[in-house]
Design a protein around this ligand. Structure first.
Ligand SMILES: O=C(O)CCC(=O)C(=O)O
Length: 294
């Protein structure tokens, strides 16, 4: 595979922890994945004759997303697994992980569709900021997360939000679970304001500042937008959040976590799982929330 990242793209990923790559996925691969996601929605009457029929289901209101994606769409779609293994994408992940081995999709590790019905009249800043990986004592990143578009997602259309630069925070030489992040970050004005959005479950119309600093780390709110074929690749330490969909069409994306094989044990220990990497307790509040909403 001849695909390589430029030096600027490497620098951007190191600085921001997130990188957008346009047109990385094949049109055919995305079409197949999109059709696999649309099939169950067609059975529900939501998608018919090439058009959305949103009146087939009750209109949700943010923070409700409307459908329990894991039940309605499911994640056992070979078309989704094929997409996250496309050679160009694999080459980009290899480059960002500097050739280190990572876990491939399989029965216990599947790509997930991200689907949000239109659920807001106006877009608001969400409050469920989280990371999917604990901070590791070694200071390393457990891997890279993919966000891909199965349909066009414009600004305000429910694309995932991320805080560029946040992977530089909380690397204190000890493991820290995501459930502790809020308490540790709230003392910083940028986060006090952002996490304060949680005081109102509807979120807030906007923030006065979409950028901020913690020490010498520059932070910036990034909204993932794009068209089929585009992807964002994100350091697993980056804080991110689901967002309201204030557009007139469902948000259809896909996510997958490329987890470094050499760090699985350290990650399991940081979560407090036992040695064979099974949870010894219900993981975290964030984990439970994800299982409820996906
Ligand atoms: O629905 C979303 O965009 C949020 C996705 C997310 O938080 C995740 O996959 O970790």
């Amino acid at each position: 595979m001849t695909f390589t990242l430029t030096r600027e793209q490497h620098d951007e990923f190191r600085r921001d922890g997130i990188l957008r790559l346009d047109g990385l996925l094949s049109a055919e691969g995305v079409r197949r994945a999109r059709e696999a996601v649309l099939r169950p929605l067609e059975r529900m009457g939501l998608w018919k004759a090439g058009r959305w029929h949103l009146d087939a289901v009750p209109e949700p209101r943010w923070p409700e997303t409307g459908l329990k994606t894991s039940q309605v769409i499911g994640n056992r779609h070979p078309e989704l697994a094929a997409l996250v293994e496309e050679p160009t994408l694999s080459a980009a992940v290899d480059a960002l992980l500097e050739g280190r081995p990572y876990e491939r999709p399989g029965p216990n590790r599947r790509p997930q569709a991200l689907f949000t019905l239109p659920n807001a009249r106006t877009w608001t800043v969400p409050s469920h900021w989280h990371s999917d990986s604990p901070r590791l004592a070694s200071g390393q990143s457990a891997g890279v997360q993919l966000f891909a578009f199965l349909d066009r997602v414009d600004a305000g259309g429910g694309g995932t939000l991320a805080i560029a630069g946040s992977h530089h925070l909380l690397n204190h030489g000890r493991s820290i679970r995501p459930s502790e992040f809020g308490k540790l970050l709230r003392t910083e004005p940028f986060f006090a304001e952002l996490l304060g959005a949680g005081d109102n479950p509807q979120g807030r119309p906007d923030l006065p500042h979409r950028t901020g600093d913690v020490g010498n780390v520059r932070l910036r709110l990034v909204e993932m937008t794009g068209i089929p074929g585009d992807v964002w690749l994100m350091d697993l330490r980056v804080l991110h959040a689901a967002a309201p969909n204030a557009s007139d069409r469902p948000r259809m994306m896909l996510t997958f976590r490329y987890e470094r094989s050499d760090l699985l044990r350290e990650v399991a220990d940081a979560w407090g799982w036992n040695r064979d990497a099974r949870p010894t307790h219900s993981r975290t509040r964030e984990d439970r929330r994800r299982r409820r909403t996906n």
